[in-house]
Design a binder for this molecule. Structure first.
Ligand code: NOJ
Ligand code: NOJ
Length: 470
């Protein structure tokens, strides 16, 4: 796979070496405005699908990965939106999710980055172009006057400020955006694009003109500020937000050092270290779980269980703790059992796995507040957590334990398969009584999380094969 990435990049580079970066990007933009179709390298999307529940998980996933990539890309820079926008869903009414959410967008573009490094030729160019549009759009977001400044959670799809009431600021956004753009910057640096990186992604200037530096400056100076959590409901200090902040500062420090911004590198690292003590406070030794919120300062006040899937998402999205860590496992288990007991659909015999929701007290049904449901993206993230744990255990030589996690991960993915639309559409939620897909349709983040889980599963399948040979 690494060879693919290098080759495809070199193919682009030979084209690029004849042009300046700006011209190169201009040429890519032209290719896209000419409506370059995106080939996903498979015709299976066109063939009729077996009912999802009948196909094996492997069959379903091999179709779903093509469909999810297409559905995800359809929500990135849709034609009526500003270039670089990632709409949370194509749905504009029930509910209106046709906005650029900073968190959803950053996580989605991380998936687009993966697609990019594994693609070739024209297809790779489309992904690169979207990534660069996203970087530029994000810089525009930073400079747009909004109600809460850098932590503004969402923007209108034309790029203008969203000025309605909202739970703001949400400070995970700048951190997540910095993480994905730092990955992009490192990749471009590895491939000789330093001029572009310094001009548009990371300069060493204060005040800065670049998107990553602005996010790192904000995060390093404001991580102690209370803000609204990823579910847009609680004010305080949040495990997810702090983990994202820490990851961004660690990666940011490395990038700063790489680009000769030594003082900044030291500062970012010192703030990343300072976050450790705060993150550690989220471990509740009596409950044996990581708790989502500390220092509650407003918003919902009925989350008494201390259970919240955002803790697992935090570990998945930051990689800051191994999934085989006993604390992570105990949190994962407590959440899984709680949702198994809570949702009627999880008690119906004969359906594999468990549908996982945000937190047990949740009331948000995607439109109103008639009661929480299992979510596709969270169920996929939990599956991914099991796959990651399995990969770690294989590295440590514990193949049997790894198999158990592989099985648990697959059960969760089969649960999504069972409730998925036959055409591969995935909404935000699965109705807790009927299992039908409900809430925002084709949620970009649902597709993104299913793709990520599938990629971990593929790595795991390979690792398991190798472990048998040894
Ligand atoms: C919409 C948010 O997106 C959702 O997460 C939240 O539960 C409701 N608003 C209530 O604040
Ligand atoms: C509601 C979720 O709670 C929030 O995390 C997400 O950003 C928005 N929906 C948009 O998908």
């Amino acid at each position: 796979m690494a060879t693919f990435a290098t080759l495809s990049f070199l193919a682009r580079k030979s084209l690029a070496s004849k042009m300046s970066t700006t011209k190169m990007i201009g040429a890519l933009a032209l290719a896209i405005s000419l409506n370059t179709s995106i080939a996903f390298g498979s015709s299976s999307a066109a063939t009729p699908l077996k009912p999802a529940a009948v196909a094996s998980l492997d069959q379903w996933l091999s179709q779903q990965e093509v469909i999810s990539a297409q559905k995800l890309m359809a929500n990135v820079s849709p034609s009526d939106a500003a270039p670089g926008v990632v709409v949370a869903s194509p749905e504009r009414n029930h509910p209106n999710y046709y906005f650029h959410w900073v968190r959803d967008a950053a996580l989605t573009m991380d998936t687009v980055f993966e697609l990019y490094v594994h693609a070739q030729g024209d297809e790779a160019q489309v992904y690169l172009d979207r990534l660069i549009d996203f970087a530029r759009f994000s810089r525009q977001n930073q400079m747009t006057p909004t109600k809460s400044g850098m932590g503004e959670p969402k923007f209108n799809y034309d790029g203008s400020a969203f000025n309605g009431d909202w739970c703001r600021p949400q400070n995970d956004g700048p951190a997540l955006r910095a993480v994905v753009l730092t990955r992009l910057a490192n990749y471009l640096l590895d491939n000789g694009q330093e001029e572009f990186v310094r001009a548009e992604l990371y300069d060493s200037a204060i005040p800065t003109n670049t998107v990553i530096k602005a996010d790192l400056e904000f995060t390093s100076h404001h991580w102690t500020a209370k803000n609204c959590d990823i579910w847009e409901e609680v004010y305080g200090d949040h495990f997810y937000t702090r983990m994202a902040q820490k990851r961004s500062l660690i990666e940011g420090a490395k990038l700063a050092a790489r680009l000769g911004d030594g003082g900044a590198a030291q500062w970012y690292r010192s703030q990343a270290n300072a976050l450790d003590a705060e993150i550690a406070k989220h471990w509740d030794s009596s409950k044996q779980v990581f708790v989502p919120h500390l220092g509650w300062s407003g918003g919902l006040d009925y989350k008494h269980s201390g259970l919240d899937a955002q803790t697992i998402l935090a570990i998945l999205h930051t990689g800051l703790m191994p999934f085989s860590d006993a604390r992570v496992q105990s949190t994962l288990k407590a959440l899984t059992e709680s949702f198994r007991a809570l949702y009627p659909i999880n008690k119906v015999a004969g359906i594999p796995g468990v549908g996982i929701g945000r937190y047990p007290e949740d009331k948000y049904d995607g439109m109103g507040f008639q009661g929480g449901n299992p979510w596709v993206l969270i169920t996929a993230a939990f599956a991914n957590g099991h796959y990651r744990a399995a990969l770690e255990l294989i590295n440590e030589g514990h193949v049997d334990k790894a198999r158990a996690h592989f099985h648990e991960g697959d059960e969760l993915m089969k649960r999504i398969q069972y409730h998925a639309y036959a055409n591969g559409s995935l909404s935000e939620q699965m109705d807790r009584h009927t299992g039908y897909m409900t809430a925002a349709r084709d949620l970009t983040w649902s597709h993104s999380e299913v793709l990520q889980a599938n990629w971990s599963r593929k790595k795991l399948l390979k690792a398991l094969k190798l472990s048998v040979v040894h």
